[in-house]
Every structure is written in C-alpha cells, then in structure tokens.
Design a protein around this ligand. Structure first.
Ligand code: SF4
Length: 390
C-alpha cells in the first residue's frame, strides 16, 4: 500500500513558511518565475549547485551522509523511503513546520480522489470514510489551488467524501473549476444522491454542463427500510430515488453502486429487477465487494459474508440487468471466488495505492487478470482463494 501521508520527514536546513500546495518537479532548469509553485525532487543526493527559488527541496535518498556532503539550503528535507513513488507532476500539501506531507494527486495514477468533505448526512454501516462533524470547508479551497496544477491529460478524477453535495454552492464552484482547467478529464462523483431530490440544486449542477461528469449513487435494496437501515437514515431511500430521477431528467450521467454484504446480498435479484423496471435509464450499475475499513471493521459480524456464498444471487442479478441491456460491472472481487459466468463483467477496480495480493496468489497464473484485494482485506477475506494453475 502506498503511503500517501507521512510525518517521517527530516529537515536538513533552516525551515521557513507555513503549509502550502505545490507540484513536484525534477527539472533543475525550471524557469525562475515558476519555481515558487514547485518542489524540486532530488533523486541523486550527490547533485551539487542546486538552483534557488523553489518552494522546497525534497531528497529521495535514505543516506543522510551523502546529503551532508553539500550545503543544505533553506527548506530542504529528507523523505522516508516509502515516498519513493513520488514523481514529476505529482501535487503535494506540505507543512514545513509540522513536517506533515500529503500526496494530493499522482500524475501517473488513474485513481486520484478529491476528498472534498468528511461531513455526511448518512451513517452507512460499512462507511469506509466515517463522517466527521467538523467544518472542513478549507478542503475545497485546497482543491481549487491544486486543480490548476494538475496535468491537462489527466484521464479521470474522483470527487469523494463524506457527502460532496453538502458543500452546496462550493461544489458548483469546484466542478466548474474542473471543467475549466481540465476539460478532457472524466469526473466521477460519489454521492448518496439525497440532495439531488432538491430540483433547484440539481439544476445548478446540470447547468455547469460538464462534458463528462458521472454521479455514482448507492441503492442497497428494493425495500426502502432495508436501504434506510444500511445507510442509517430514515427517508434516505425516497430522497435517493427522487435524486436519481431528477438527475436523469436533466440528462446527467448516473451510476448505481451496490455494496455486497450480509444485509444486501439476499435481495440482490429483487434489487436488480427493481432497477431494471424503474431506473432503466441509468448509465452504469456497479456491484461491489466490501472494503474492510472504516465502520466495516466495527460492524464486521453484521456485514461479512464470504463472496463464495452469494454467487448465486450475484449471477441472478447480473443476468437480469444484462437481459434488460443495462451496463453492469462487478467490482472488487477476486477471480477465483467469482462464478465464471460473471467474469465478462468483472473489472479491476481497486485503487492502485491500496491494491494488493495475498501470499496464496503467488503461483496464480491469472494474477494479471485478477483485481486482487484491498490492502485492508488482511482483516478478513474469502476462505476459498485458490490460485489458478493453468
Ligand atoms: S489466487 Fe489471487 S490472484 Fe489468483 S484469482 Fe485468486 S485472488 Fe486472484
């Protein structure tokens, strides 16, 4: 698992300034006017004659003695080895006083998420990012600073939370900035959909006319009180369904996301029927394996079911959705526990920074086709992991 945050940083010289956001560069010859928005990444600690004017200097070398051979200049820091993944074009938030570093964006990754708030109006049993009440409006301000620094060829970004729509007009500003600075980038926003039951708010989002915005919204059951129980919010089902209908009325792209666990798997075939009959106009349906993080850890016994034990419901659901010509995918599953009839729908969906394989996978001949595990799966995973031999 990549460590996107660290505080294991050593200051090598005098430290100046407060927290800032900057892009990583390895270009020693970057024109001077651009340097204040860049951190110079030095992979070879023997380098001498460092150019001045960069916001900070990061050494990617674990041998301090080599660095000590030349004079450390102001705001130069030694990073721990687990930050060796950093590259040209990545964007970092760094607090030089607290020596706290967070990677906000990796240029070479397809899995960059913009966490825009940790507040939420649901309290889902399996929430991977448990909500917090604190005012975190500074997050949007940070992204508005980071977005202009992102690579113009970025393929996809994910807006995530908490619940992004709680930002209200700030969300509109954020999506508009994404459209203006990164017009060719697909935006996937994860939302519980409830605030789209407000038609005026939905109209504001639609009026941005983003060329490629998809909103991913969970529906956990065809029975309203089961959905409300899973998200721990009375009335959520009705608002979510109204939200989806409003979005489609305004020609916005919608994906339905269903997390599979003990509370949702039994009625999966009925849910598929419900979606096919009532929401046939949605753009994509993702049936997703459980991530063992956040609230899932606390509610494990109420949620965990070995994926091998819900294959018949999953096959039935996928076949129903496919029969209605809905675009359906299976996410976060391991090939060896997936019924072969589901393989054509299986996608490698786990974000690269938290995607791992278990020791059992070592000899498997299908490892490159298999999506593997969330790094958190060490807590619990299927007892039926069986490497393919041919
Ligand atoms: S053994 Fe591992 S790599 Fe092979 S299919 Fe199973 S989970 Fe995937």
């Amino acid at each position: 698992m990549l460590k996107l945050t660290t505080r294991q940083i050593t200051a090598l010289g005098e430290v100046q300034g407060t927290q800032f956001i900057a892009r990583v560069t390895e270009n020693f010859k970057l024109p001077e006017p651009l340097r204040s928005k860049h951190i110079l990444l030095i992979k070879n600690g023997n380098q001498s004659d460092l150019p001045l004017g960069f916001r900070a200097y990061f050494y990617l070398q674990d041998d301090e003695s080599v660095i000590g051979k030349h004079l450390a200049i102001e705001n130069s820091f030694l990073l721990p080895q687990d930050q060796n993944y950093l590259n040209e074009g990545d964007i970092l938030r760094f607090d030089p006083q607290r020596l706290a570093l967070r990677t906000l964006y990796r240029k070479n990754s397809r899995h960059n998420g913009l966490l825009v708030t940790e507040r939420c109006n649901n309290f889902c049993l399996m929430c991977s990012q448990p909500p917090k009440e604190a005012n975190d409006s500074y997050l949007v301000a940070e992204w508005l600073e980071a977005i202009p620094l992102m690579n113009r060829d970025t393929g996809e970004l994910i807006i995530t939370g908490g619940e992004p729509t709680l930002l209200g007009d700030d969300l509109i500003i954020l999506i508009r900035a994404l459209k203006n600075y990164l017009p060719n980038t697909s935006i996937h926003m994860l939302s519980n959909g409830r605030n789209f039951s407000d038609f005026d708010f939905t109209k504001k989002v639609a009026s941005i006319a983003h060329p490629d915005l998809m909103i991913g919204i969970p529906v956990y059951s065809d029975v309203s009180n089961i959905h409300d129980y899973v998200v721990q919010a009375d009335g959520a089902f009705d608002e979510t369904i109204r939200g989806i209908i409003n979005l489609k009325r305004l020609e916005q792209k919608v994906e339905i996301r269903v997390v599979l666990h003990k509370q949702t798997y039994e009625r999966l075939p009925q849910l598929a029927e419900f979606l096919a009959r009532n929401l046939l106009f949605v753009d994509h349906i993702a049936l997703m394996g459980l991530e063992m993080t956040g609230f899932t850890r606390h509610n494990l016994e109420d949620l965990w079911i070995d994926p091998i034990d819900y294959q018949s419901q999953l096959v039935q659901a996928v076949e129903t959705l496919a029969r209605y010509k809905l675009n359906v995918s299976v996410y976060n599953h391991q090939l060896c526990v997936l019924d072969k009839r589901l393989w054509p729908y299986n996608r490698k969906s786990i974000s690269d920074w938290k995607n791992e394989y278990m020791p059992e996978c070592e000899p498997c001949t299908k490892k490159t086709e298999c999506g593997g595990f969330f790094s958190s799966a060490t807590l619990r995973y299927s007892e039926h992991i069986e490497p393919f031999k041919v």
